[in-house]
Design a protein around this ligand. Structure first.
Ligand code: ATP
Length: 373
């Protein structure tokens, strides 16, 4: 069994006497054969986490275990782990064949003919069999990417670590490789930790995703759990495209009072937010309905600022009518986004009623960011 466990893993760097905490107390268990995506903004500690698992960075505190056995103090070569880097890190003076066989020659006592056969077989699987005698400089970016993956796969490791392996590819190739990588990982059934800053990549590829911010794990769950039940404002805003709309609001007599609107809460929702009165109301763009007419408690008169056609969908930027024509040009008119079907005809300047259904709203504590509902 190759389950990979990070137990209270912490990394600090010493920066001229100052301590930079890059990863703080990260605990997560990646099951045997699972594809876990570590996602978060630039500088949040993703690469450092991966490098600690690979043994390229020491662990300041905590323990990393593979199959229940601590590898925290093992050198990288003793760990049965293969890493794929964003830069591919191929040896430029070696052919593809040599790049792929090198690791096996160094780390195993496998006979040469067996290594050769395994390289051929992996190259065929990766669709690079006809490139085996070329050098990396004679390959396209996409081909180099396949070689880098092939080199990891041929070692048949217990764990794959991948650090933004698709980010140097153009958009079309990237989405093709996403699907292919997923298929490969499923077929090979190897425990995988995959780092990206791209939430779409995380949502589409991961069995589960681990969201990291500022060195702290925010939530670990399936993509749908993180989307539907974000644990805090950060996760809610990070997952989903366009991002969730947020409005600061205070709870007054059972009603959320925001700058531009008031939103009455049902008893069920009030029970969830009890004891908190500085709140944030969150609503995903795709959960807002634009209706012709409506004067229900959760219907708001708005004006369309901009329509951004996305093909099958339109992103409609709206502002509350109460804010339109603000007295001073300095007044910040807050816009928010609704995503509606591309068939729907909306034009800038038009007045529409935006319906914000209570069953779709999220409510957070404004001070802690914690999700209350
Ligand atoms: P990116 O997506 O931009 O690659 P990341 O999430 O992978 O970012 P890390 O590279 O892990 O982030 O860096 C986490 C934090 O640790 C950053 O603040 C970074 O500046 C700091 N850091 C990383 N390596 C070192 C180092 N060798 N010395 C000092 N600080 C470091």
């Amino acid at each position: 069994m190759a389950e990979l466990t990070l137990d209270g893993v912490t990394k600090w760097f010493d920066d001229g006497g100052d301590r930079i905490v890059a990863v703080n107390d990260a605990t997560v268990e990646i099951e045997d054969g699972e594809f876990l995506v570590l996602v978060g903004p630039s500088g949040c500690g993703k690469s450092t986490t991966l490098r600690m698992v690979a043994g390229l960075e020491t662990v300041s505190q905590g323990d990393i275990r593979l199959g229940g056995h601590s590898i925290t103090n093992e050198p990288p070569t003793a760990r049965d782990i293969a890493m794929v880097f964003q830069s591919y890190a191929l040896y430029p003076h070696m052919t593809v064949r040599e790049n792929m066989s090198f690791g096996l020659e160094e780390s195993t006592d496998m006979p040469d003919d067996e290594i050769a056969a395994q390289v051929e077989q992996t190259a065929a699987m990766m669709g690079i069999a006809d490139l085996l005698d070329r050098k990396p400089g004679e390959l396209s970016g996409g081909q180099q990417q396949r070689v880098a993956l092939g080199r990891a796969i041929v070692r048949d490791p217990e764990v794959f670590l991948m650090d933004e392996p698709l980010s140097n590819l153009d958009a079309k190739l990237r989405s093709q490789m996403r699907t292919e990588l997923q298929r490969l990982q499923e077929e090979l059934d190897v425990t995988t930790m995959y780092v990206t800053h791209d939430q779409t990549e995380a949502m589409t590829m991961g069995d589960r995703i681990a969201i990291l911010n500022d060195g702290e794990l925010q939530q670990v769950g399936t993509p749908l759990e993180c989307y539907h039940e974000p644990r805090n404002v950060f996760v809610a805003g990070f997952i989903g495209e366009p991002s969730m709309n947020f409005f600061d609001a205070d709870l007054e007599n059972g009603t959320l009072v925001a700058e531009e609107f008031e939103y009455a809460l049902s008893d069920d929702l009030l029970a969830d937010v009890e004891g908190h009165d500085r709140l944030v109301l969150g609503i995903r763009p795709e959960d807002i309905e634009l209706v012709g007419e409506g004067d229900g408690p959760h219907d708001f008169r708005t004006q369309v600022d901009v329509v951004e056609p996305m093909g099958n969908e339109n992103n409609v930027y709206l502002s509350f009518s109460s804010a339109v024509g603000a007295e001073s040009p300095d007044d910040d008119v807050e816009t928010f986004i609704a995503t509606v079907s591309g068939m729907r005809n909306v034009e800038s300047g038009q007045e529409v009623v935006a319906r914000i259904p209570e069953e779709a709203i999220h409510v957070f504590d404004r001070d802690t960011g914690e999700a209350l509902h």
